[in-house]
Design a protein around this ligand. Structure first.
Ligand code: SF4
Length: 120
């Protein structure tokens, strides 16, 4: 099976042609550097994404706190992760890097704040 994907590791955005045989990446072409091969392997066999979204916050000037996962999580859990975070409400003050949810959905990634928000 062949797949065509675009490497998103850098702005060059190389168009990769990936050959998958017996559940393994057998060949990658179109990459300018070795990171493209690594990306093709992850994207075709175990795709992951860093989730960036917001959660509700009270006791501050803003209604939403920007957050992200501490590391990429499996791509097929992204929607479930965002749905879970829609139900979360935190209370200010919050510091950048503070853990909002530990081990989200058993992925070993935490949800961390990406902004300081002071209490009223
Ligand atoms: S293969 Fe290398 S040069 Fe091409 S987009 Fe990926 S990281 Fe950038």
């Amino acid at each position: 099976m062949n797949r065509e994907i675009i490497c998103i590791n850098c702005p060059l955005g190389c168009r990769l042609e990936v050959t998958i045989e017996e559940g393994k990446v057998a060949k990658v072409t179109g990459n300018t550097c070795g990171k493209g091969v690594e990306y093709a392997q992850t994207e075709c066999l175990n795709p992951t994404r860093t989730v960036t979204t917001t959660v509700s916050i009270k006791n501050t000037l803003y209604a939403l706190l920007p957050v992200r996962t501490s590391k990429p999580i499996p791509k097929d859990l992204v929607t479930k992760c965002v749905q879970y975070l829609r139900r979360i409400e935190v209370k200010a003050p919050v510091r950048t890097g503070e853990i909002i949810v530990e081990n989200i959905l058993g992925t070993e990634a935490d949800i961390i704040a990406t902004k300081n928000l002071e209490a009223l």
